[in-house]
Design a protein around this ligand. Structure first.
Ligand SMILES: Nc1nc2c(c(=O)[nH]1)N[C@H]1C(S)=C(S)[C@@H](COP(=O)(O)OP(=O)(O)OC[C@H]3O[C@@H](n4cnc5c(N)ncnc54)[C@H](O)[C@@H]3O)O[C@H]1N2
Ligand code: MOO
Ligand code: MG
Length: 396
């Protein structure tokens, strides 16, 4: 059996090149940018007035002039006007081009307007209330990098440089495969020996939060059914997320069936809890994450292996961060432990308590937690220690 660190490295060494596609700007939020975005002009593109008021030549005020005759008004969206006489002013609106021949803006609140003149009541500073051309970014500079997650802030930048279509990383086509004769659909009443498929829906929801619509497939615990069904699925999807059928049971056929289907096993079984019987492999076109069926195992392995793999395949950052422990923990086992977290953001730091669960078959405790903490094997952890933290919910 390999360690969690080794397993993690193998998964992250086998990323998928997802390719790129063009999508309309409005559909690009949540996607990962696959091109650099350059400033198509200076930002701002002209000396921009930032207050409603007047624009003057500061020298005139310095020379003792306090009464400026208003030459005309420049609105935002009108072409640049020119000050004809250095001791006059131009009324300007926020967003207008600073008139030629002026360098300073004085807002209305600091003026008295009377008989076509503006009288300065509060002393201005030179260049005040002017957002000068190119002071945010110069034309040609990189505004967004490939690998950036597109959020509403990036959408604004993309819109301002005129990107009506954006190059993003393609999303993989994923099937979520449940296996097991005990599983029934959620709209069915289970017999006493049956349970409803919960992993499939939890995985589907987790994929949806990554912008991916996973398709649900189900196969019975039969070698023939698995050979036929999985054979087709491997040909039709980029990724299979399987749950169940990978441990030591008489009906845990997946490792054998996957081998028969020519999928290359990269590892099976990891020194970790939950999620120990995890099987990972691939062929040239499809990558398979065969998670152990217990709900906490599937859930943990999705977050600690699959999500970092997906984000890294996109060339994007992973969600893994660090949290400060609020309580001590002793890992007396040879296994890496993933313990459910109840984390809070406190003074800019993620601090976390541990959530008690009832083993890896207990899926109700997953809903009482908001992350997973990773504890190395055979190590004691003290209060205040920093530990790897995988968020499973938003904690802000
Ligand atoms: N002799 C051993 N037995 C087991 C070992 C072991 O090392 N030696 N490992 C245990 C561990 S750890 C885990 S985790 C499980 C993994 O089991 P499988 O991957 O083979 O999964 P199944 O046997 O098919 O099911 C296990 C459990 O999970 C439930 N399940 C499966 N799929 C779903 C689903 N889609 N939704 C909800 N629940 C699901 C299933 O009903 C079982 O209760 O093996 C241990 N055994
Ligand atoms: O790997 Mo298992 O998840 O400990 O039940
Ligand atoms: Mg089993």
């Amino acid at each position: 059996m390999i360690s969690f660190k080794e397993a993690e490295q193998i998964v992250l060494r086998n990323l998928m090149d997802l390719g790129k596609e063009l999508v309309p700007l409005e559909n690009s939020v949540g996607r990962v940018l696959a091109e650099k975005i350059y400033a198509d002009r200076d930002f701002p593109p002209f000396d921009r007035v930032t207050k409603d008021g007047i624009a003057i030549r500061f020298q005139s005020y310095e020379n003792g002039n306090k009464l400026f005759k208003i030459q005309e008004t420049a609105a935002a969206g009108s072409a640049q006007v020119t000050l004809s006489h250095p001791n006059d002013c131009i009324e300007v609106m926020t967003g207008a081009m600073l008139p030629k021949g002026t360098d300073t803006v004085i807002m209305y609140e600091n003026l008295l307007l009377k008989d076509g003149n503006a009288i300065v009541e509060i002393a201005p500073q030179k260049s005040q209330d002017v957002h000068s051309k190119g002071s945010d970014e110069h034309s040609g500079s990189v505004l967004l990098d490939s690998g950036n997650l597109i959020t509403p802030a990036e959408i604004g930048v993309l819109a301002t440089v005129g990107k009506s279509e954006v190059k993003v990383k393609k999303l993989p086509k994923i099937a979520i495969v449940s296996t097991g004769d005990e599983l029934v659909n959620i709209d069915e009443i289970p017999e006493p020996h049956q349970i409803r498929k919960s992993n499939s829906w939890s995985l589907k929801a987790a994929l949806k939060s990554q912008g991916i619509i996973g398709e649900l497939l189900h196969f019975r615990d039969s070698k023939e059914a698995l050979l036929e069904g999985l054979g087709k699925a491997i040909d039709n999807y980029d990724v299979l997320l399987l749950s169940g059928g990978v441990s030591k049971g008489k009906f845990d056929y997946l490792p054998e069936v996957l081998e028969k289907l020519g999928v290359k096993k990269l590892f099976h079984r990891v020194l970790q809890r939950p999620g120990k019987p995890f099987w990972f492999g691939l062929n040239d076109f499809c990558t398979l994450f065969a998670f152990p069926g217990n709900p906490a195992s599937t859930f943990a392995n999705f977050h600690v292996y699959f999500l970092p793999w997906l984000r890294s395949s996109f060339g994007a950052q992973t969600d893994r961060c660090h949290a400060v422990l609020n309580e001590r923990f002793e890992n007396t086992t040879d296994l890496t432990r993933f313990i459910l977290a109840d984390a809070q953001l406190s003074q800019g730091t993620i601090k976390t308590n541990l959530v008690k669960d009832n083993g890896s078959g207990d899926l109700t405790s997953l809903a009482r937690s908001n992350g997973l903490i990773c504890f190395d094997s055979n190590r004691n952890y003290e209060v205040g220690e920093l530990v790897p933290f995988y968020p499973t919910k938003k904690i802000l």
